[in-house]
Every structure is written in structure tokens, then in C-alpha cells.
Ligand binder design. Structure first.
Ligand SMILES: Nc1nc2c(c(=O)[nH]1)N[C@H]1C(S)=C(S)[C@@H](COP(=O)(O)O)O[C@H]1N2
Ligand SMILES: [Mo]
Length: 335
């Protein structure tokens, strides 16, 4: 079990109030400020920010992927521009300012492997290059909704998560699926700064119930816009769950583990009153500090009314039958 925010034992020289972990906004600010004290690194990071480097680091050199288009998922709005989606990201291992693409230079997403373990009959480790070459890939157009109220619509490429979990044959005692990301402070500046010393914060961890993970929508994702994932989108493999807030979909996945007890999740551990376990998109459940009624599209700023389950109720509403919408587990809050 992960440390609770109140258990974080920061060395005194870090002089950061523990409450900072209980407030996403202040957490973000603290991360940004941590960079200011880096001195000599500031010059380097200014160089890294130059447009020439930016060009190179963003969308160059990505392999094309062949994927069958799955027509069952229709969009009700234009696709977000590829470059817009790739230059406005949440990936706190690298940056807390959406400019993730400027900070992924040292990250080496290949070779990479991920494992399926825990309460399964056939635990297995997949080499990602082999996985991409051997699995039939699907392309799906999904809407994507971040809890911060920005949204996008993009074509993801991947394999149904269900296929990988079923191949491992869950034991009858398995009830949850836990996801773990990587720990490489020397490649990920956000992990290397003071947060890495907040014991047990990294690597990023998430979880679903087993029925949620076996749902048709859950996509183990290796590509976007016809190519492999750029680093800032969570290369080389991530999870996409279009009916949930974006933070439920872990990037740069290294482990899938089936468990009997409900695992702790990253944002819930940081701010238990703000980020619940389920975190299904729900316009009627405001975040404690802002409304979730509408969303704006990256690039165009077009505003849409947010829909329950991000409009994917047809696929997932049955998973939550009998669970009252007032149940704090349904949206935010403890649990
Ligand atoms: N490992 C990891 N996964 C993560 C995050 C993160 O900081 N680290 N951020 C989450 C959040 S808050 C969102 S909105 C999405 C963003 O995905 P995108 O940048 O590809 O749009 O990734 C999610 N997965
Ligand atoms: Mo997010």
C-alpha cells in the first residue's frame, strides 16, 4: 500500500509544506518552483525550449503503425490537431506545465516491456516492439476529457485491454487491476526533482475494477494519429479509458497486476477529497473547486456540455448499476 500524503517524509531542506500534496494546484505550483532553483540547468532548459529543438523533439521520427479502423466509435466534433494534442499534455514525471514535449529529451521508451502478473494463471512479460509487431491493432476515434475541463478528440491505436487480461486468465479471487508506470529519475526531470524524495510518490499508479478493465472501451494504447506514441503521450504503451477522467489512464505502463483488494491510486493518495477511485466523467458532480458541467476543446476552445460517462454510457453504464449517483465513489470524494 502506498504512503498517504500525510505520511510523506520530506527532508527538512525541501521545506515544502505537506499540505502541498493535498492541493493539485499548489502541488503543480510547487513543482514549477522547484525548477527555478536549478541554477545552471536553467540555461540548458532555455536551450531545450528553442523552436528548432522543439521541432525535433515533438513529432519527428515516429514509426507508422498499421491498424484496422474500428467504425463503432463515432465522434460528434472535429478531431483535435495532432500537434495541438502533442504540445499540451499532463505527464508529471516530466513537467507540470503542459509543456511536457520540451522535457522528454532524455526519456528512452525503447526497448520497453510490461508485465501481467498477480492473481492470474499465466503471468507474462511482453516486449513492446514484439507486441506492436504481433498484435492486430485497432484505430479508434475517442473523445478524451481531463478533470481540468479541457478535452480533445483523437484517433488512438491499440489493443483491447481485455484481450491481454483474458490471455493471462484471471484467478477467481481477482477483483481489481492495478497499473504501474516507470521509475527513471535520470530520464524524467519531474521524478528527479524534490518529488522523487517524497517517499513512494513515484512511479504513478492507477487501478480499475476487473469488470471495468474487461469493458470494450478500455484500450491498451500504442499509437496516435497513425504512428507510435510520441513520448509526451505516454510512449511506448499507455491505457485509454474514454469514459473516465484522463488521469485514470496511466502513461508509459510497465506493470498490470491483478489483485483482490482495491489498490490505491495516485491522485486519490495525493488529494483523497478531490479525486475518487472511480472518477467517471460526470457533469453533475463538480470537482470540489470547479464545475464539470462543460469542457473546452484544445486548439479551438470550442465549448461543449459534458456528458455523463463522457457520452459512453451505452458501453459502461451497466458497470455502475445500483450505485447511486450520489455515492461519492461515483464521482469525486473518498473511496
Ligand atoms: N504516468 C502518468 N500517466 C498519466 C499522467 C501522469 O502525470 N503520469 N497524467 C494523466 C492525466 S491527468 C491526463 S489528462 C492524461 C493526459 O494524456 P495526454 O497528455 O496524452 O493527453 O494522462 C494521464 N496519465
Ligand atoms: Mo488530467
Amino acid at each position: 500500500m502506498r504512503a498517504k500524503p500525510t505520511d510523506l517524509d520530506l527532508p527538512p531542506q525541501e521545506a515544502t509544506p505537506k499540505e502541498v500534496f493535498q492541493d493539485r494546484r499548489r502541488f503543480i505550483k510547487a513543482l514549477g518552483l522547484a525548477g527555478v532553483s536549478l541554477g545552471p540547468w536553467a540555461a540548458l532548459s532555455r536551450w531545450l525550449d528553442t523552436p528548432a529543438h522543439a521541432q525535433g523533439a515533438t513529432l519527428q521520427g515516429l514509426a507508422d503503425l498499421r491498424a484496422a479502423k474500428d467504425a463503432s466509435f463515432k465522434l460528434d466534433r472535429p478531431l483535435t490537431e495532432r500537434k495541438v494534442a502533442a504540445t499540451f499534455n499532463n505527464f508529471y514525471e516530466f513537467s507540470s506545465n503542459k509543456d511536457v514535449w520540451k522535457h522528454v529529451g532524455k526519456f528512452k521508451p525503447m526497448p520497453w516491456s510490461f508485465s501481467v502478473s498477480g492473481l492470474v494463471e499465466y503471468p507474462r512479460t511482453y516486449d513492446v516492439a514484439e507486441f506492436i509487431a504481433s498484435q492486430p491493432l485497432e484505430e479508434r476515434l475517442y473523445r478524451f476529457r481531463c478533470v481540468e475541463a479541457w478535452a480533445m478528440a483523437v484517433p488512438w491505436i491499440g489493443v483491447p485491454l481485455r484481450k491481454i487480461i483474458e490471455a493471462a486468465k484471471p484467478k477467481p479471487s481477482a477483483r481489481y487491476v492495478r497499473f504501474l508506470s516507470f521509475l527513471r529519475p535520470r530520464q524524467a526531470p519531474g521524478q528527479d526533482r524534490w518529488l522523487s524524495r517524497a517517499n513512494d510518490l513515484w512511479p504513478y499508479f492507477e487501478a480499475l475494477t476487473l469488470p471495468e478493465a474487461l469493458n470494450d472501451l478500455a484500450l491498451l494504447t500504442v499509437g496516435i494519429f497513425g504512428q507510435e506514441l510520441p513520448k509526451q503521450h505516454g510512449a511506448p504503451v499507455r491505457v485509454i479509458l474514454p469514459w473516465k477522467y484522463g488521469f485514470k489512464g496511466i502513461k508509459s505502463l510497465v506493470r498490470i497486476e491483478l489483485t483482490e483488494k482495491r489498490p490505491e491510486t495516485f491522485w486519490h493518495a495525493l488529494a483523497p477529497d478531490e479525486y475518487g477511485f472511480f472518477s467517471n466523467v460526470n457533469p453533475e458532480k463538480p470537482h470540489p473547486r470547479w464545475s464539470q458541467a462543460t469542457e473546452y476543446m484544445l486548439g479551438t476552445n470550442e465549448v461543449h456540455d459534458t456528458k455523463l460517462y463522457n457520452g459512453y454510457g451505452k458501453w459502461v453504464a451497466h458497470l455502475y448499476e445500483g450505485m447511486s449517483e450520489k455515492d461519492p465513489r461515483f464521482g469525486f470524494g473518498k473511496g
